[in-house]
Write a protein that binds this ligand. Structure first.
Ligand SMILES: C[S@@+](CC[C@H](N)C(=O)[O-])C[C@H]1O[C@@H](n2cnc3c(N)ncnc32)[C@H](O)[C@@H]1O
Length: 248
């Protein structure tokens, strides 16, 4: 009975994530959604709009980073069943993203814009390529584990999970964090960069670079020398850039 509940919760959380993920593409790309990043009346004064937007992004950053850390998970799974820990994380992360999109204050001044149709097609192509890299990379790691569905079918024994495997194939052969590479590409590639979009791209890129320091600390704790060797060989977010020079 409990297992069925965990699975149902996992499925609902996953469906919510999928809706928010698809909305993210429309929001950042200013297409096909009721409210894109540049839509809405720009009635809030610029400085106030910037403060609100940074606070919204910070809320997501704090939730996403704190809940992903091992000490938090150890404490949290004393309160909630370990089978749904990841699904709850995915649900709350998706809710934090939905809040950003809902409350985002448009800042519509133009930073760059191109009239060239060729360039517009090219930049939109790169934008979609970024999202495809994100999606494919989640499957290279383990899509349904990453989004918490697999864990809902686990037994009561916390230690009975599958052993972790360090993915090093396809995109992971080129960079250590292709999901983040895909996001960065998708956030920056646009034929029309508004002030609000630029703020979004700068803050999210900075957050990604900080969050990866925490993630890599955890990966080293988990995989030890194997990760050190991987770090020496493979760039962080872009090929060849951000490799460590010597073994620790
Ligand atoms: C949202 S994913 C992001 C993965 C990676 N940072 C990226 O950008 O492709 C975070 C989870 O992926 C796991 N992870 C990161 N790199 C991995 C790898 N090379 N193999 C397996 N799991 C990995 C982390 O332990 C963490 O649980």
């Amino acid at each position: 009975m409990a297992r069925a509940f965990y699975f149902l919760f996992g499925v609902l959380s996953y469906v919510f994530f999928l809706i928010v993920f698809l909305y993210s593409i429309g929001f950042v790309g200013n297409m096909l959604v009721p409210k894109g990043i540049d839509d809405g009346a720009a009635s809030t004064p610029l400085l106030m709009a910037a403060i609100i937007n940074i606070l919204l992004l910070s809320l997501f950053a704090v939730q996403h980073t704190v809940m992903a850390r091992q000490p938090f998970k150890v404490w949290w799974t004393k309160i909630i069943p370990h089978q749904i820990e990841r699904a709850v994380y995915v649900l709350l992360s998706s809710a934090a993203l939905a809040l950003i999109y809902w409350q985002w204050q448009p800042m519509t001044g133009t930073v760059w814009s191109t009239d060239s149709q060729m360039l517009q097609y090219a930049l939109n192509g790169v934008f979609f390529l970024g999202w495809i890299i994100v999606l494919v990379s989640t499957f290279l790691i383990s899509h349904f584990h990453l989004f918490g569905l697999k864990q809902t079918l686990a037994g009561d024994d916390k230690s009975s999970g599958e052993p972790s495997v360090l993915t090093q194939n396809l995109f992971y052969k080129l960079v250590r964090h292709p999901i983040m590479t895909g996001f960065i590409i998708a956030f920056w590639a646009t034929p029309h960069m508004s002030v609000g979009h630029l703020l979004f791209a700068i803050v999210t890129t900075a957050y990604i670079l900080v969050a990866l320091q925490f993630e890599e600390r955890d990966l080293i704790a988990e995989f030890g020398d194997q990760y050190h060797a991987y770090k020496q060989r493979v760039g962080m977010v872009f090929p060849l850039i951000g490799r460590s020079s010597k073994p620790k």
